[in-house]
Design a protein around this ligand. Structure first.
Ligand code: FAD
Length: 406
């Protein structure tokens, strides 16, 4: 980073947001010797993130993270509808908390030499030749600042408002894809039923209170249970609380009836629509949830976010080494190849399922009867062999026919 009298401060790689996308990008770019600055709105990295924080099997190994952040390794995931519960073997998956995940990635990024500026709020950017000038508010000093960068990675999550930042990133469907989420961290005074700690629970139902489709979850942690829900619409706080209280009653009856508990409330937005069409333009890249990289059927996006951060660091490294003038095209290609096919299918599938919720049972029964189908769908990437594709299309056709008849 350079700053001279009368000169604007500059860096090589500027990252906005220190979630899994931004933190991973910063860590991996700094590790490659690229001068990296991160702007993070929160005063403490990860402290305010609301998330069930379930990680894909192998996540810590893939992103070289210490196992100490893992709370539990549930080996079962259950998918529950109003009719019944379907159980599947996974992983083992990991659960953690975002203060530990984001905080650890942030600390490792700092260890590699990245500078993370907390309490800084990204405001906008402008082009200056083949460089990008990023404007931000330093909330500690109460001043507005600017920094020049060769490559920029925007990873500010579901709150990203990119329409005014860069017209090419406009995504008119963004507002419709937003999911209002509310979660309780439930701290039982004694351990809950034993099976609680080996199971990730997902629930799909139509709310008897509002008639809206709800996705709810119970993810166990070392010392608490993350019990929450999301509704794909803007829902007022009181209505959301009523929905969650009703769900909590059902979880409590099954898992910790009669055990006193305390609760910490958390609310946040998530995005669950189609991925953003354009995620790279003139050395500016968009990643993680800001790019719409979330699985609409489960709300998962941490793996996609971290992977997009990795690709952004690789693209910035190519520019650093003189292999390209613009990091954006290579980055966008890599992210699309890895995720767009699956995420688009998932967003469309969720629309089909929610239109007639009985279809959830058709799908889950089919997954139960064909473990190979279930295993293929659990894969993060679309790196299937031609035979696997054929098998998947046959299963999709089977589901499509049954769903149409429903
Ligand atoms: C309730 C809930 C439960 C979830 N459960 C799971 C789960 O179990 N497993 C899973 O894989 N995914 C889950 N997700 C999705 C997951 O949280 C996201 O996919 C993931 O956080 C995306 O990471 P990210 O880095 O793109 O964005 P974020 O994690 O949202 O990080 C964005 C960062 O940018 C910062 N920021 C925002 N605006 C600015 C600004 N203007 N200037 C500077 N900094 C800014 C924020 O403070 C934040 O630190 C869940 C989401 C929700 C809401």
């Amino acid at each position: 980073m350079r700053e001279g009298p009368g000169r604007m401060e500059s860096t090589e790689f500027l990252v906005v947001g220190c979630g899994p996308a931004g933190g991973t990008a910063a860590r991996e770019a700094a590790r490659r010797g690229i001068a990296t600055v991160v702007l993070e709105r929160d005063p403490i990295v990860g402290a305010k993130r609301v998330c069930a924080a379930g990680l894909r099997p192998g996540f810590c190994e893939e992103f070289d993270l210490p196992r100490s952040i893992v709370h539990l390794d549930p080996s079962t995931i259950t998918l529950t509808t109003v009719k019944r519960t379907y159980a599947f073997k996974v992983g083992p998956s990991h659960t953690t908390t975002r203060e530990e995940l984001d905080g650890t990635i942030g600390a490792l990024a700092r260890g590699e030499g990245a500078e993370i500026r907390t309490s800084t709020l990204f405001r906008g950017l402008r082009r200056d030749g083949d460089q990008v000038v990023v404007e931000y508010a330093d909330m500690k000093e109460g001043t507005r600042k600017a920094i020049r960068a060769r490559s920029v990675f925007l990873a500010q999550g579901s709150s990203a408002r990119l329409d005014d930042v860069e017209p090419r990133f406009r995504h008119p469907a963004w507002a419709d894809g937003l999911i209002t989420c509310f979660q309780y961290r439930v701290y039982p005074e004694r351990p809950a039923a034993e099976r609680t700690y080996d199971t990730l629970e997902m629930h799909y139902y139509v709310s008897p209170l509002s008639g809206r489709n709800v996705i709810a979850w119970m993810f166990p942690k070392r010392d608490h249970l993350a019990i929450g829900l999301g509704i794909q619409a803007k829902v007022a706080g009181a209505a959301l609380r009523a929905e969650l209280d009703a769900f909590l009653v059902t979880v409590r009856q099954r898992l910790f009836a009669g055990i006193p508990y305390t609760v910490r409330e958390e609310g946040n937005l998530l995005y669950g629509g189609l991925p953003r069409v354009t995620i790279g333009a003139d050395n500016v890249m968009v990643g993680g949830t800001a790019a719409g990289l979330v699985d609409a059927t489960t709300g998962e996006g941490i793996h996609e976010a971290a992977t997009s951060g990795r690709y952004a660091a690789e693209a910035a490294a190519t520019v650093h080494a003189g292999g390209a003038r613009d990091a954006a095209p290579g980055y966008a290609r890599a992210v699309r190849r890895a995720f767009y096919g699956r995420l688009r299918h998932r967003a469309r599938l969720m629309t089909v399922l929610e239109r007639k919720p009985v279809r959830f049972d058709i799908l889950f029964r089919q997954l139960e009867e064909t473990p190979r189908f279930a295993a293929l769908l659990q894969r993060d990437r679309n790196d299937f062999t031609p035979l696997e594709w054929l098998y998947l299309y046959a299963q999709a056709a089977k589901f499509g026919l049954s769903a149409l008849r429903a």
